[in-house]
Design a protein around this ligand. Structure first.
Ligand code: NAD
Length: 516
């Protein structure tokens, strides 16, 4: 997902002039970030081999934090909470704004780290960094003006409604936008006065720690932002820890349900950013070139590993043939290569298991009788990249709405294109899914665009574009795609709770209860 300005090897600190105290070695830890420094966990549930998707090489063996370490992280964040929450919004915002500037100074280096961790093309990683910086800038600016309410009551009495931080926010993230996911949670959480413990996906552990180093560099007090590494077991320990007063999760629906169950114990507030199977609807009158660009953005960024992807592309019959021809033509022009190379448009899938999962969906779809118009195959690159996980972008037709490929989230470069005839028909088919993350429509008829978007059961919609997610506008889903929103002013509400204070300015009137 990108900001509005455009569509969503080891480096050493020696190569980073002017950047103090920020380690960028992707092969040596420690990998946790507690109390303002890299730390080795007190206990571990085992070690995780962190693999570089572009080459398949093992970068590092990372200890997965155990119960003692998770407890230490939450306790550290609890200890930092009183002082951090007592600062004014202006003071907290100043730190976030400074972090945004620091990030921009090192945008290129940190983008490269995201590529090494995730496998996406470098030009995309740079745009992701813009959304990271945008989030820090936006919540840095917003922190000062996030105020409560004053409500007049009779005879000069009044009520105040204040917004209070929760305390420690426990965050858990997915691997497709490693630093973006972390920052989209941390920036509003910190702006509101919470402290934060984040567990990145075990597949992308590198850059969340860099955010810790950047925040320290600009003076954020130790313990305000913390990172613990590990897989789902560490995530479960964190989200079940009673010291986390608020949970924020980005990942799949099945894990989201577990996080919500963990939150239910202790009746804790949850933000859930989950999966999707979103529709992209192209009407006959759409600008063909823009619609194809939209479909490419809706399916083939970051190897198709994008939650909001419009993987069900509904195209009206009159434009279907031309659209499909150009969509396939463009997909076939995409270039697999080193994700660190400037001209690469097909990067590496996150790991072998996920590549097999994507290919498995395609194989089963073929057995159900679909037509594969292009792609869906393993791409073998050479030398250093020979063991990376590269797949060609796949476009499928002749599939029905009920087939597995049309209903399940593949989370890979696989688009299904369906013809349709009428507006009513396409709205019914678009909404026939338990997911509700996103949706889009391409048409030059303004009233139809709004009528259709109005009818879509989706939290985030686009008209004549797709997959933009600037910091200023809320992002999130309905139905099984989530609860709550990230980005926009509304995220401040999700990272704070309301306190109502009634102030009596007169003698207490308690009716007959009190007799003089
Ligand atoms: P996942 O659910 O497998 O894992 C997400 C995170 O949860 C990881 O850090 C994992 O270690 C952790 N985890 C696993 N089990 C846990 C448990 N029991 N308790 C606590 N934490 C646990 O998802 P993934 O494969 O990492 O990411 C892909 C999914 O994320 C897709 O469904 C995608 O659509 C979704 N996603 C959604 C958004 C959004 O904003 N809506 C953004 C990115 C990704």
């Amino acid at each position: 997902m990108w900001g509005a300005s455009c569509a969503r090897g080891a480096t050493s600190s020696a190569g980073w002039p002017g950047m103090r105290a920020i380690a960028t070695d992707v092969t040596h830890g420690p990998w946790n970030w507690l109390a303002g420094q890299r730390t080795t966990p007190l206990d571990a549930l085992g070690n995780w081999a962190n693999i570089e998707p572009r080459s398949g090489r093992v970068l590092a063996s990372i200890p997965m934090s155990g119960p003692q370490e998770v407890d230490r992280a939450v306790t550290t964040a609890q200890a930092a909470f009183p002082a951090w929450s007592r600062l004014s919004g202006t003071e907290r915002g100043r730190f976030l704004s400074a972090a945004a500037l620091k990030m921009r100074e090192h945008l290129e280096d940190i983008a490269r780290l995201d590529v090494i961790d995730n496998g996406k093309p470098i030009w995309e990683a740079r745009l992701d960094m813009e959304t990271v910086i945008g989030s820090l800038e936006y919540y840095g600016a917003l922190a000062a003006s996030f105020n409560g309410q004053h409500v007049r009551m009779p005879d000069g009495s009044f009520a105040l409604v204040t917004r209070e931080p929760y305390g420690v926010v426990g965050g858990v993230g997915a691997w497709n936008y490693p630093l973006q996911t972390c920052t989209w949670k941390a920036a509003p959480a910190l702006a509101c006065g919470n402290t934060f413990v984040y567990k990145p996906s075990q597949f992308t552990p590198i850059t969340a720690v860099i955010l810790g180093e950047i925040l320290k560099e600009v003076g954020v007090p130790d313990g305000v932002f913390n990172v613990i590494q590990g897989d789902g077991s560490t995530g479960a320990l964190l989200t079940q820890h009673p010291g986390c007063s608020k949970l924020s999760f980005t990942g799949s629906v099945p894990t989201g349900i577990k996080i919500m169950q963990a939150g239910a114990v202790g009746v804790r507030n949850v933000t859930l950013e989950l999966g999707g199977k979103s529709p992209l609807i192209v009407f006959d009158d759409a600008n063909l070139k823009n619609a194809v660009k939209g479909a490419l953005m809706a399916n083939f960024l970051t190897q198709g590993e994008v939650c909001s992807n419009g993987t069900r592309v509904f195209v009206q019959k009159g434009i279907y043939g031309k659209f499909l021809h150009e969509f396939v033509n463009q997909a076939q022009k995409m270039k697999a290569g080193d994700p660190l190379a400037e001209d690469t448009t097909i990067g590496a899938t996150i790991n072998e298991e996920h590549a097999q999962k994507v290919l498995g969906f395609i194989e089963r779809a073929k057995k159900e009788g679909v037509t594969v118009e292009c792609g869906g195959e393993r791409i073998q690159l050479e030398s250093e990249l020979a063991n990376g996980y590269y797949l060609s972008p796949c476009i499928i037709t002749n599939c029905t709405d009920t087939m597995e490929i049309a209903r399940e989230e593949v989370f890979g470069s696989v688009a299904c294109v369906f013809p349709f005839e009428t507006e009513d028909e396409v709205i019914r088919r678009a909404n026939d899914t338990p997911f509700g993350l996103a949706g889009g429509v391409f048409t030059n008829d303004l009233t139809r665009a709004h009528r259709v978007i109005n009818a879509l059961e989706a939290g985030t919609c686009w008209i004549n574009t797709f997959n933009l997610a600037p910091s200023e506008v809320p992002f999130g889903g309905v139905k099984m795609s989530g609860i709550g929103r990230e980005n926009g002013t509304v995220a401040m509400e999700f990272y704070s709770q309301m306190k109502t204070i009634y102030v009596e300015m007169n003698d207490v009137d308690c009716g007959l209860l009190y007799q003089d």
